[in-house]
Write a protein that binds this ligand. Structure first.
Ligand SMILES: C[S@@+](CC[C@H](N)C(=O)[O-])C[C@H]1O[C@@H](n2cnc3c(N)ncnc32)[C@H](O)[C@@H]1O
Length: 353
């Protein structure tokens, strides 16, 4: 599953790490007191005294009743800071085991920055100063997923859908809240359901009117707390008028493109000649896919991401590398490859992707 990105982007080692921390084992500190406590440790000339401060802090974390400094709070409110316990303990251990005061102060100042500042980038909402806390985001290139997310409107009814974790991960890594996502092969609406959950706006195109209708009904069932736009448009992604679709919302571009095309003819989605699954040969399939890429990519903002989700096929004794061929169709149109991700799914055998 390659993800490509428009040229001229500087690689950012942390830009793929993102949001929703503090789900488990969270500690709530009184921010002012905690900051002061760290500053006092930082001011220690002697490594032993600095370590003693760290040991006191660890003691407070492990036995809150011994918190004579008043560092811990019970409720999160304006003057508090929430930190994940396991990450904080590991950072404190790093300070404790540092051999020199300089090294200990380096780790301490990293902790101080994470407590006091927020640093994000252009493509997502991850706080780069606290990236270790985002364990929801998979940063490996092999995703081993145990089971499909079948919560809410995700019914998994559509033969050939992808599991919701795929668009979910893509949006966490490559979009910010309120961004606009375009899915050129929306099928059962998985991407748009995730858009509603994550507070991203989503437009999806689907050739098959019946599938589009059912997908719309399902997307509407998903609550929409952020009040985002989610629209499924019926049409052929090779020629749909994206200018007029976008202009309905006063926009000219998207922030993320997701494409999960048919894997050529592995599943015939219809008998419509415009359907990529009806292409008479792999070459024709690739030509049609290239037309979709050409129609959609002018509307992807420069520097933003294109996620292609596809599998290969095996026919007449030959392994046909649909994934690599499609990736090539994208790359030859001016994109650079950022990652290839392989997904291993251990759940329902019925899944296509
Ligand atoms: C692999 S499925 C996508 C499934 C989707 N990701 C989901 O989770 O339900 C591919 C979809 O592309 C649609 N399709 C095929 N050719 C198309 C075209 N030219 N324009 C728009 N949609 C097309 C098919 O009807 C099918 O629903």
């Amino acid at each position: 599953m390659p993800a490509a990105k428009v040229k001229k982007e500087q690689a950012d080692p942390f830009e793929s790490l993102e949001s929703t921390p503090f789900s488990r084992g969270t500690l709530i500190f009184n921010k002012d007191r905690f900051v002061r406590f760290l500053e006092e440790m930082d001011g220690q000339e002697d490594l032993t005294l600095l370590r003693r401060g760290v040991a006191t802090l660890k003691d407070i974390i492990n036995a809150p009743k011994r918190d004579r400094e008043g560092l811990l709070n019970i409720d999160p409110n304006g003057g508090t800071i929430s930190l994940r316990k396991d990450v904080l303990i590991s950072e404190l251990n790093q300070i404790l085991t540092a051999r020199t005061r300089e090294r200990a102060r380096y780790y301490l100042s990293r902790l101080q920055k994470g407590v006091q500042n927020v640093k994000t980038n252009r493509v997502n909402d991850i706080n780069l100063l606290r990236w270790k806390e985002y364990d929801e985001i998979i940063t490996d290139s092999l995703w081993v997923l145990e089971r499909r997310d079948s919560s809410g409107a995700h019914l998994g009814w559509y033969w050939g859908n992808f599991i919701p974790q795929i668009p979910h991960q893509m949006m966490l890594r490559y979009t910010k809240k309120g961004d606009w996502v375009f899915d050129a092969f929306v099928g059962s609406g998985t991407t748009l359901i995730e858009c509603r959950r994550l507070g991203r706006n989503g437009i999806g195109l689907e050739l098959n009117p019946e599938v589009a209708k059912k997908a719309r009904e399902l997307v509407e069932k998903e609550s929409n707390e952020s009040g985002v736009t989610t629209e499924i448009v019926e049409g052929d992604s090779r020629e749909a008028d994206l200018i007029s679709i976008l202009s309905r919302y006063g926009r000219t571009q998207f922030d993320l493109l997701i494409m999960h095309p048919p894997y050529h003819d592995i599943i015939k989605f219809s008998t419509d000649g415009k359907d990529l699954s009806c292409a008479k040969s792999v070459d024709e399939f690739l030509t049609m896919f290239g037309e979709v890429v050409e129609n959609a990519t002018p509307f992807l903002k420069r520097g933003r991401y294109f996620a292609l989700v596809i599998g290969d096929k095996y026919a007449k004794g030959e392994w046909v590398l649909l994934g690599f061929h499609c990736m090539q169709e994208v790359l030859k149109r001016g994109y650079i490859l950022k990652s290839i991700i392989v997904k291993k799914y251990r759940g329902d055998e019925r899944e296509e992707e």
